[in-house]
Design a protein around this ligand. Structure first.
Ligand code: SF4
Length: 74
């Protein structure tokens, strides 16, 4: 699982940081998202998904990486 962060869409709400501070941080300059760990271990997948869903601006997305079967995400 890889996390993709679009800092152009990020509004600096910080929800991701509150949800999972081990993986997400915010830039000191403009408050936009900084990925501390763009490729977190599978054991963190649930927490990562929750953090991505919490983002109010849709700046975060996931690339599951090792799947080539085009599984749709709901
Ligand atoms: S939750 Fe979304 S908008 Fe807020 S800091 Fe994280 S990426 Fe940016």
């Amino acid at each position: 699982m890889k996390i993709i962060a679009d800092s152009g869409r990020c509004i600096g709400a910080g929800m991701c940081v509150l949800a999972l501070g081990e993986v997400f941080d915010q830039s000191e300059e403009d408050g936009t998202v900084v990925l501390l760990d763009p490729d977190p271990p599978a054991s963190m997948a649930g927490a990562v998904r929750r953090a991505v869903q919490l983002c109010p601006s849709g700046a975060l997305s996931l690339a599951e990486g090792d799947r080539a079967d085009g599984e749709s995400d709901t």
